[in-house]
Design a protein around this ligand. Structure first.
Ligand code: ADP
Ligand code: ADP
Length: 232
């Protein structure tokens, strides 16, 4: 369902050019929990941002459900982005809005009716276990709770894909594990494809079915987690 074909990304600046991605070819199937692993600077963040075209590839094609996103007009691209939620290491919550208003935000942007918003927000906050904290502000929550709000918000528009950019990197190991369990539950219950990037092997081992290892902008290994990490 997600296919990158010969994707390259060149950052050009006065300080010098960086070829962050070199001819990436990758297929991520529907229902996968797909991990992209690599050291800092390997190109992970650039790669995941090329999947929803937050970053435009310099070359290559990004196919999602049979459509090459690099060929879409601005408007169509905006529509297709609703099909992909994203979460980040630093949560990116709106600090002036409480929990329920954060989750409602993407729905308000899409002019969803008020009673539908309320219903959806309750469902999502029940799913992530934060309904009781709906009136709290982000500053009143722990890191794990903030990430749960971010996950609920990312799911608000009913996406088929959830992109995770180091979502557990700022969390302690136990909280990290509980967030990864939640992502796994979302993958299984809602049949949402999860693509995550991480520099931590244990994240991959805990929930991923498949993995690609990035090094200096290239995929150096790819396959099931078993194939890539556990061969003798
Ligand atoms: P990772 O997520 O694996 O740490 P990134 O995708 O952030 O890697 O970065 C890959 C390379 O691209 C690095 O050398 C980084 O410095 C460079 N890079 C990332 N973003 C930009 C940018 N906006 N402008 C210039 N260079 C960038
Ligand atoms: P932290 O340890 O930072 O508080 P957690 O992610 O462990 O963050 O938990 C955040 C909140 O979600 C807590 O209030 C907890 O009660 C609740 N919670 C934790 N795990 C679950 C779960 N599997 N289902 C529902 N709610 C949960």
């Amino acid at each position: 369902m997600i296919q990158l074909k010969n994707v390259s990304k060149l950052y050009e600046s006065k300080e010098g050019n960086v070829l962050a991605l070199k001819n990436i070819n990758l297929t991520i199937n529907k229902g996968d929990i797909y991990g992209i692993m690599g050291l800092s600077g390997a190109g992970k963040s650039t790669l995941i941002r090329c999947i929803n075209l937050l970053e435009s590839p310099t070359n290559g094609e990004v196919w999602v459900d049979g459509v090459d996103l690099t060929k879409l007009s601005h408007n169509l691209l905006r529509q297709s982005r609703r099909n992909m939620g994203m979460i980040f290491q630093n949560y990116h919550l709106l600090t002036s809005r409480n929990v329920e208003k954060n989750v409602a935000y993407p729905l308000e942007l899409n002019n969803v009716k008020k009673h539908e918003i309320n219903e959806r927000v309750e469902q999502l906050l029940q799913l992530v276990g934060l309904w009781e904290k709906r009136k709290h502000y982000p500053s009143q929550l722990s890191g794990g709770q903030r990430q749960r709000v971010a996950i609920a918000r990312a799911l608000a528009t009913n996406p088929q894909v959830l992109l995770s950019d180091e979502a557990t990197s700022a969390l302690d190991p136990i909280t990290s594990r509980s967030i990864l369990n939640l992502l796994q539950e979302i993958n299984e219950k809602l049949n949402i494809t999860v693509v995550l990037i991480t520099h931590q092997m244990e994240v991959i081992e805990q929930i991923c079915k498949k993995v690609a290892v990035l090094k200096d902008g290239e995929v150096v290994e790819e396959g099931s987690v078993h194939q890539v990490f556990k061969t003798p």
